[in-house]
Write a protein that binds this ligand. Structure first.
Ligand SMILES: *Cc1c(COP(=O)(O)O)cnc(C)c1O
Length: 366
């Protein structure tokens, strides 16, 4: 079976983690500080604040913006559930924009239509490793006096017009086990705003400015040095990790572009895609339904995934939620019924890639 995701650690990770183990201080310390400094440098931002996962990164970022009850955050309905859970946890109301077929991200036109008098934050999700149309989105934020929070959980190091994910205001990243960069569990918030960075650092540690000096009702959002140690070597070789993913994506597209019923993903002009997922759409032209397609791939030894099978408001937990304001999203509805993600990770061999292309072509009936 070729798995949809896998992690490879080497002697550098072993050395870093062992160093922390032997130091006897495993909680937040110098390794976390180093991870933050290197992550900030890589994303061209002055501040990176490490936290314990990508969901708390979103929650903390929203909390730092002091949202009041009734304040609305506009996001995509086609994302991982954490995006929505964080908005609700922060006490805000979620509303939504439709997405585009070409990048699976919020459509700026639909986003503009979703902005109302209560809107405070635009929360684009950079799905699968490619950034949303940040040129148009940042213009909208500026015109309407709104904050931007980028959910870049899947897009470490992605760029738009040469500018990094997480550099448009506030950005959050996940370091979960399946992400391009991982510490098992972990998260990072990036920002250009000195005051917000300072607030997040205090909030992360029980609201404590100095020993027993509490400045706000905070939380424990801390990452550990043991985790940061695991992330550091991956950060050092991240460029080569992404290069491998880009090569794999190109190989898949080369083999699959002419398969009837299969639409391959694109890297749009001006954007650097970091290929967290390689996601095709299965259209009516294919011989089988999307779900049958996934099963058939599995029978061929290909671990495919569906991210995500339904729009978030289409679950009981949110369907009648008073702070989840559903809007029309015909593109997102269609996309959720069509997507399949194929393995694209950096542990794939040439033979694996050929096997994936052959299996997809066979299942599609090409
Ligand atoms: C993974 C992910 C998150 C949450 O990150 P965790 O580290 O799992 O809490 C949030 N948003 C998106 C889009 C994700 O893919």
């Amino acid at each position: 079976m070729i798995p949809i995701t896998t992690v490879k650690f080497g002697p550098e990770e072993e050395r870093e983690v062992l160093e922390v183990l032997r130091s006897g201080s495993i909680a937040q310390g110098p390794k976390v500080a180093q991870l933050e400094a290197e992550f900030a440098r890589m994303h061209g931002v002055p501040h990176a604040i490490a936290v314990n996962n990508g969901t708390t990164a979103l929650v903390a970022a929203l909390q730092a913006l002091d949202l009041q009850p009734g304040d609305e955050v506009v996001t995509s309905p086609f994302t991982f559930v954490a995006t929505l859970n964080a908005i609700l946890e922060a006490g805000a109301t979620a509303t939504f924009a439709d997405i585009r077929f070409d990048d699976f991200n919020v459509d700026p036109e639909s986003l503009a239509a979703a902005i109302g008098p209560k809107t405070k934050v635009l929360l684009p999700v950079h799905l699968y490793g490619q950034m949303a149309d940040m040129g148009a989105i940042s213009a909208l934020a500026e015109q309407n006096g709104l904050r931007i929070l980028e959910d870049a959980a899947q897009s470490h190091g992605a760029t738009y017009d040469g500018r990094s994910a997480g550099s448009y205001g506030l950005g959050t990243f996940s370091l979960y086990a399946t992400k391009n960069l991982t510490t098992g569990e972990g998260g990072i918030i990036t920002t250009n705003d000195d005051a917000i960075a300072d607030k997040l650092r205090v909030m992360r540690n029980q609201g404590m400015r100095a020993r027993y000096v509490y400045e706000m009702a905070g939380h424990n959002y801390r990452l550990t040095d043991l985790q940061a140690a695991l992330g550091l070597p991956q950060l050092a070789r991240y460029e080569s990790i992404v290069a491998a993913r880009k090569r794999n994506a190109a190989r898949l597209s080369e083999g699959l572009s002419d398969v009837p019923g299969v639409v391959v993903p694109q890297e749009l002009p001006g954007r650097s895609h970091v290929w967290h997922q390689y996601t095709i759409r299965v259209t009516e032209e294919a011989r089988v339904s999307r779900d049958a397609f996934v099963e058939a791939l599995s029978a061929e030894g290909i671990g495919a995934g569906v991210y995500y099978p339904r729009l978030l408001w289409d679950y009981d937990a949110y369907r009648d939620h008073p702070r989840v304001l559903r809007r029309e999203a015909p593109v997102a509805e269609q996309v959720a019924a069509q997507v399949i993600s194929l393995p694209v990770h950096n542990a794939l061999s040439d033979d694996d890639l050929s096997a994936i292309v052959a299996a997809v072509s066979k299942v599609a009936g090409a």
